[in-house]
Design a protein around this ligand. Structure first.
Ligand SMILES: *Cc1c(COP(=O)(O)O)cnc(C)c1O
Length: 427
């Protein structure tokens, strides 16, 4: 009778399981290296014939234990932490793509991911076709090529707040024999577990809700273990044929369902080294312990703020997938019925200048580049992240000049609304 614990219990109890006499709280293994008794023991680790820690650039117990918690929250079979969300998306794709390969990506992904794929990975010889997440299956199918190796999208896009049609994206990816990788940063496993809808690999910027306190930049990759790499062995030869850098080990043969994460750890981490510090992993774990309490509160507050804004004369438009009548409301109800996220976007009548003076008048909500932590914060993309663009270029990029990205925190919603109200009076 070993019933699986519910997600709230996993937030607290998964990961660190102390034995008799061990510390109750996850220890910080602040050590670059690990000791062995014989030279042979160490040699076996280097050949992947034995498992064990030897150097923190590859694996560290504190980080691995936190990865295990995130793995259980998502319902996967293996996971790893990375130094940032950028590193997580890079490794997730690069683990199965090389020069000459091709990726299909949603147009609404986070700007950093867009740049990673269309500029930096392009220089590495990996091409990318951008698709509109609202396209029909027929239109999406046209984006695939013989050398396509994966599809990349976000469960809730940052900052467009487009909710992914999982069923449609899983179908087109699997019809072409490639995995679907979904960045689940904004929804978090509290609101949405993409593996339940057939997604193969999930990534996170743990910097956002998982950490939740704006303390540490970090990322994670989780594998569902469901994609059959061997079935498409020619395509994914990095996983299905011998790796000469480990005396000819074949990942799918030796590691089965954990082949993908094992390869990303022993090959990409070994060579590229984007590890989190054990201290940061420890802090991330503290954030995860309250994820199930914070995320519903973020959503509850965001819905109150969005509803209030919608009924205000000075507000031109509000975009929040939790609002009835929103373009993505039905998809949100289907895939994340308990809530979406705490981020909303809106525009004020009068356009860009009014948005700027409104933001400057806010007292509680701080102007920061961050989103998705406990404190309410705000950003005006036209003045900040997309500053170099003209109004025409902004519209083309899908960012209205008056768009305000408002990340609703877990303060009292009435205080957040009162702050917005007084700032609106000042414009
Ligand atoms: C912030 C963010 C990233 C990048 O993560 P960093 O931790 O800042 O490197 C990737 N994807 C999404 C959806 C994000 O919001």
């Amino acid at each position: 009778m070993n019933k699986e614990y519910s997600i709230e219990t996993k937030c607290i109890q998964s990961g660190w399981k102390p034995q008799k006499g061990e510390p109750r709280v996850l220890p910080i293994y602040q050590s670059t290296t690990f000791k062995y008794d014989t030279s042979e023991q160490m040699g076996k680790l280097f050949d992947l014939e034995d498992s064990g820690y030897f150097y923190t650039r590859l694996q560290n117990p504190t980080s691995d234990i936190v990865a295990q918690k995130i793995c259980e929250l998502e319902g996967g079979v293996a996971a790893m932490l990375t130094s940032s969300g950028q590193a997580a998306n890079y490794y997730a794709v690069f683990n199965i793509c090389e020069a000459g390969d091709h990726v299909v990506m949603s147009s609404t992904v986070y700007g950093g991911t867009f740049n990673l794929l269309t500029v930096t990975m392009k220089k590495m010889g990996i091409e990318c076709t951008i698709v509109d997440p609202d396209d029909s299956i027929e239109k999406l199918n046209e984006a695939f090529k013989a050398n396509t190796k994966c599809v990349l999208a976000e469960s809730i896009a940052n900052p467009a707040l487009v909710v992914l049609d999982f069923e449609k994206f899983v179908k087109v990816a699997h019809d072409h024999g490639v995995p679907l990788i979904v960045d689940n940063t904004f929804a978090t496993p509290i609101n949405c577990r993409p593996f339940e809808f057939g997604v193969d690999i999930v990534t996170h910027s743990t910097t956002k809700y998982m950490d939740g306190h704006a303390m540490c930049v970090g990322g994670a990759i989780v594998d569902s273990g469901n994609f059959d790499w061997d079935k498409y062995g020619d395509k994914f030869h990095g996983l299905t044929t011998p790796d000469e850098s480990y005396h000819g080990v074949t990942y799918t043969e030796r590691f089965g369902k954990t082949a993908y994460i094992t390869k990303a750890t022993v090959q990409l981490m070994r060579d590229l080294g984007s590890i989190p510090s054990p201290m940061n992993s420890f802090l991330l774990n503290i954030g995860l312990e309250t994820l199930h309490l914070r995320v519903p509160r973020h959503c509850e507050n965001a819905l109150k703020v969005a509803t209030w804004l919608q009924n205000n004369d000075k507000v031109a438009w509000v975009n929040y997938p939790g609002l009835k009548g929103n373009k993505y409301y039905d998809l949100a109800q289907k895939y994340m019925p308990n809530g979406t996220c705490g981020v909303i976007s809106f525009g004020l009548k009068g356009g860009r200048d009014v948005s700027v003076s409104f933001m400057d008048s806010l007292k509680l909500a701080a102007i920061v580049t961050h989103v998705a932590d406990a404190r309410t914060c705000v950003l005006h993309p036209a003045s900040h992240t997309h500053r170099q663009m003209t109004d025409e270029q902004l519209v083309e990029a899908g960012v209205q000049p008056d768009l305000i990205r408002f990340s609703v925190g877990i303060e009292n919603a009435d205080d957040i609304i009162a702050d917005i109200e007084q700032a609106l009076e000042n414009i």
